[in-house]
Write a protein that binds this ligand. Structure first.
Ligand code: DAT
Length: 192
């Protein structure tokens, strides 16, 4: 069980300084599972910066063009990490990206993998106007738990939690769970 799944025990990393770097949170999952929506709302809720990595990739051209077959950018991971490093250095960021493996493990304190039922995800991808090929690819990605496996391979298991993202109620509950996690983090990391 990760720290996000209900444990509110004190961590051993207690510090007595108010200058402790705030945590960074990664929200990941198959496209369409609701990463941007949750990341933006959670960031606003706890006063963090929201970082949409897809937008950064475009803005800073952290790619080597478009892969025609997959209709997606060929990522320049080194360039992307160079752009992001200073942004995350002070903590206090909620980051949204579908490929958790591209980032160094040390950047994050919590990694949430959003999961959406296939029928719900299908409707969202249709709404988004994805081609049948791209829909199928993303549906398979979700069914095969590709992002979850990637996250588990890339980060300490204590850091990684899988959370449902099918309904507005779940969205609201996820925002509150993140706020509760951060409140717990603060009580463990600020002076007593
Ligand atoms: P992602 O960033 O993972 O690609 P998104 O945040 O853009 O996904 O969300 C895709 C669509 O689904 C968008 O229209 C908002 C909607 N949505 C996101 N999370 C939801 C939730 N928990 N319940 C209902 N709709 C949700």
């Amino acid at each position: 069980m990760s720290a996000f799944d209900g444990s509110s025990s004190s961590s051993s990393s207690s510090s007595s300084s108010s200058s402790v770097k705030r945590p960074n949170i990664l929200i990941t999952g198959t496209p369409g599972t609701g990463k941007s929506t949750l990341a933006e709302q959670a960031a606003a809720r706890i006063g963090f910066s929201f970082i949409n990595v897809g937008d950064l990739v475009k803005k800073h051209e952290c790619h080597e063009g478009i892969d025609e077959e997959f209709d997606s950018y060929v990522l320049d991971e080194d360039k992307l990490c160079d752009v992001m490093e200073p942004m995350l250095a002070q903590g206090g960021c909620v980051v949204d990206f579908h490929s958790p493996e591209v980032f160094p493990e040390r950047w994050f304190d919590l990694v949430l993998v959003l999961r959406t039922e296939t029928s719900v995800l299908y409707d969202r991808l249709v709404e988004r106007g994805y081609s049948e090929k791209k829909r199928t690819e993303n549906m398979e990605c979700e069914i095969m738990q590709v992002v979850l496996e990637e996250a588990r391979e890339s980060y300490d298991e204590q850091m990684v939690s899988e959370i449902p993202s099918n309904s507005v109620e779940e969205l609201e509950s996820n925002v509150e769970r993140i706020a509760a996690w951060f409140a717990n983090w603060q009580s463990n990391n600020t002076s007593s």
